[in-house]
Design a protein around this ligand. Structure first.
Ligand SMILES: [Fe+2]
Ligand SMILES: [Fe+2]
Length: 276
């Protein structure tokens, strides 16, 4: 199986086994041809997108079976979406053997997808400890719906690596601490290993945007290619941990500007809510 056939299986396959299909390092890339992005990825019915909202558990709730499994189910959902979106990126953006940078970019995505598959499998195993199956809670499709707004590989890395995975650097450490404080070392250790891989995923995006930014600063280029209406507010968690972004190879200017960034839209709207 070449990489293009594998990527199609990850996007379109209708079973969880399809999404977890491994690939060898030596697999040939296969030739690229235009790929129409499906409206939704292939999924078994149990994992279909739902508009139902789940309330995210907090504090002591994470020590209960339902609280812990709700949190882990949500993390697993993000891993599955990352697999499908990165596989879609392999298909949607062109590569050409005569342009080795496009091949290197895709090889980077392949190794990231393998990490996401490992994370998904680990979270599913942890859910089983609580007797919960994937799809027992609603599956949110917000991340996938951003895919159609990403015309270039630069916009993809801006959204996936420098926004969603960047925020996950904060969230994974926050929840690692929360579970460790509650005495759940097994879940805490899992979050720590996800964090360590996530640093390399953010670094991949930082590397490629750095290659493509020309004479613009990384921050300006990132803002330019990040699709509307998403803003850098989504690139950080409740507590921003700037040193994790430095560890991921982002430059000081980017790290500081993200720290200073306030979403004007949210600030304005919060003010008007307060008045009513
Ligand atoms: Fe992951
Ligand atoms: Fe990741």
């Amino acid at each position: 199986m070449d990489v293009m056939a594998w990527a199609r299986l990850l996007v379109e396959g209708a079973t969880l086994q399809d999404k977890l299909t491994p690939i060898s390092n030596a697999a040939p890339m296969g030739s690229w041809s235009a790929y129409p992005l499906p409206q939704t990825p292939g999924r078994p019915d149990k994992l279909a997108f739902s508009s139902e909202k789940t309330k995210f558990p907090k504090g002591q709730q994470l020590a209960t079976k339902i609280g812990r499994s709700t949190a882990i189910h949500s993390f697993a959902n993000h891993e599955l979406l990352a697999i499908e979106m990165m596989a879609a990126a392999l298909l949607v953006y062109p590569h050409d053997e005569s342009d080795p940078a496009t091949i290197r970019m895709k090889r980077g995505l392949i190794s990231t997808i393998r990490d996401e598959q490992k994370h998904l499998a680990l979270y599913l195993e942890r859910l089983r400890d609580d007797g919960v199956e994937f799809g027992d809670y609603p599956m949110n499709g917000f991340f996938w719906r951003q895919m159609e707004k990403l015309p270039t590989a630069a916009s993809f890395f801006a959204l996936m690596a420098l926004t969603f995975e960047s925020a996950n650097l904060d969230f994974s450490l926050l929840y690692e601490k929360a579970f460790r404080d509650l005495g759940d070392a097994k879940t805490a250790d899992l979050l720590r290993s996800v964090y360590e891989d996530e640093v390399t995923h953010v670094a991949l995006g930082a590397h490629w945007l750095g290659q493509w930014r020309g004479d613009k600063s990384l921050w300006d280029y990132y803002r330019e290619v990040l699709p509307y209406p998403l803003t850098p507010a989504r690139a950080k968690g409740a507590d921003y941990l700037p040193e994790t972004r430095v560890a991921a190879g982002l430059d000081r200017d980017w790290v500081e500007r993200l720290g200073e960034f306030k979403d004007e839209f949210q600030v304005v709207n919060r003010r008007s809510w307060n008045q009513t």
